[in-house]
Design a binder for this molecule. Structure first.
Ligand SMILES: *Cc1c(COP(=O)(O)O)cnc(C)c1O
Length: 362
């Protein structure tokens, strides 16, 4: 079976000597390896400050605190995402106000964001779903017009671009996940990419109990709620090794994605996702819309290919459904949405097999 997602671990020869060194170095907590991973990641993104954490969810939590979201505040978000996006909003006591999606891309609709803004709106959460960039220029415009900060959940979008710039530079807060099945895994981990230096300094304190690691314990005076969200040297060592191969890994996802963009055109019952002009997806998964989805999934399974909608739309979770929003575009999109394998484990033969299987119909 060609799986939909797969964990990528670097070659033993590359990873194990480094891991062995750090494991027996006498220091496995947050230290120089973490600093180095952050430094390398910052160079990869090209702008802002990189704060490593122990999960993408922790990064979302810190971003929401930095954006000033407090109990009872509303955050405009999308229901077409993995649960952490919206569970994190609830972690700060926020209420999730769902905007509808753009039917062409599946991502949050800028006009629906604008229609959802009210006096209690504190932040806007946007997700590059499956690695497809959101409408960055329009969302930047709305953020500026209403002075509401944007948090970019880029857990699926490492290496995606808009107008030639990498995801991570467009909004004040961007989060990445290094969980087991993401483009880059540190087993578990995450990164919060921050534009502003003082927000970054505050984020460092929130990451570690509200304590400033540069000072002694006695010099410290905790002023606000912090958490234990730091990354350790072991996960960071895996991250450093992963980053060395990340461009190669990303290019296999992207080449496969572009192959499907061509090969799956004009197939009856199959509609491709559109991308905003100037955007370059990172193709964490390959997403398309099909008629008779259940039949499609069964047919693919019979042919040894895993296909799935993968996520449950988040407004179908009682706890994540604060306002009972009507989301007609999502209703339509979600019925047809399916993901097919597209990552580094899909070779030339496999991708041809996938395309030919779909062409035969279901
Ligand atoms: C994986 C994921 C996260 C959270 O990442 P963790 O590292 O698992 O906490 C957040 N948002 C989306 C869309 C994700 O897929």
């Amino acid at each position: 079976m060609i799986p939909l997602v797969k964990t990528n671990i670097p070659d033993k020869e590359q990873l194990l000597p480094e891991l062995e060194r750090v494991l027996y170095s006498g220091y496995v907590a947050q230290g120089v390896e973490v600093d180095r991973f952050e430094h390398d990641f910052q160079s990869f993104i090209g702008k802002g400050y990189s704060l490593s954490v122990n999960s993408g969810t922790a990064a979302l939590h810190i971003a929401l605190i930095l954006a000033g979201v407090e109990s009872g505040d509303e955050v405009i978000s999308t229901a077409l995402t993995a649960e952490p996006t919206n569970v994190a909003i609830k972690m700060v006591g926020g209420k999730v106000r769902y905007a509808d999606i753009d039917p062409a891309t599946g991502n949050i609709s800028p006009s629906s964001i604008e229609a959802s803004i009210n006096a209690r709106t504190k932040a806007i959460m946007v997700v590059d779903y499956a690695g497809i960039p959101v409408n960055v220029p329009k969302i930047q415009e709305i953020s500026k017009k209403y002075d509401i900060p944007v948090i970019h959940d880029a857990a699926h979008a490492l290496g995606a671009k808009f107008n030639g710039k990498k995801t991570g530079v467009h909004f004040p807060y961007t989060i990445f996940s290094f969980q087991a099945i993401k483009h880059l895994t540190t087993i578990d981990g995450g990164m919060l990419q921050i534009h502003d230096k003082s927000a970054y300094e505050k984020a460092k304190l929130i990451r570690w109990f509200g304590i400033d690691k540069q000072k002694t314990r006695l010099e410290n005076d905790i002023q606000f709620q912090g958490y234990k969200y730091h990354m350790n040297n072991v996960n960071a060592t895996i991250g450093i090794t992963q980053l060395r191969g990340i461009d190669t890994l990303l290019s296999t996802h992207i080449e496969n994605g572009r192959y499907f963009d061509q090969a799956l055109k004009d197939i009856p019952g199959c509609q491709l996702i559109e991308y905003y002009k100037g955007s370059e997806p990172s193709y964490w998964l390959y997403t398309l819309k099909v008629e008779n989805r259940q039949k499609f999934i069964k047919m693919m399974e019979k042919n040894g290919i895993m296909a799935s909608e993968l996520h449950k739309r988040n407004d179908w979770h009682t706890f994540l459904n604060d306002f009972d929003s009507s989301l007609p575009n999502l209703d339509h999109f979600y019925n047809q949405l399916v993901h097919i394998p597209c990552g580094w484990w899909v070779g030339f033969e496999e991708r041809e097999k996938i395309a030919n299987t779909i062409k035969k119909g279901w």
